[in-house]
Ligand binder design. Sequence first.
Ligand code: AMP
Ligand code: ZN
Length: 113
Amino acid sequence: MADCIFCRIAGKEIPSQVVYEDDAILAFNDINPQAPVHVLFIPKEHIASLAETEDRHRDLLGRMLLAVRRVAEDRGLGQGYRVVNNCGSQGGQTVNHLHVHLLGGRSMQWPPG
Ligand code: AMP
Ligand code: ZN
């Protein structure tokens, strides 16, 4: 989708600090980090949100979480981390291309706002 900022990042039209990439997934540093480690994981395929996923995305969704674990290990987050998906307007989603946040390097609070 030409007007989707994360599609443009996936297509390397917009630069990002890539921390992980494979044929289906790109991970890059969040431009407005909320923790010492704040990485976004996106499918290269445009999927608007978790609510738009289908059974055919099972492998992709599993691979996204395994990529999160790999980056968390690489970044030394052995004391723990948080994985977030904001879905839809009430979920706080601001970019309508599915993404998972990896946040780490500080203690997290619960409940979220
Ligand atoms: P969400 O609120 O869950 O939709 O998260 C969207 C995230 O994308 C926010 O944390 C933004 O800081 C981040 N973001 C927006 N534009 C960019 C960009 N060009 N590069 C990296 N991160 C971005
Ligand atoms: Zn997109």
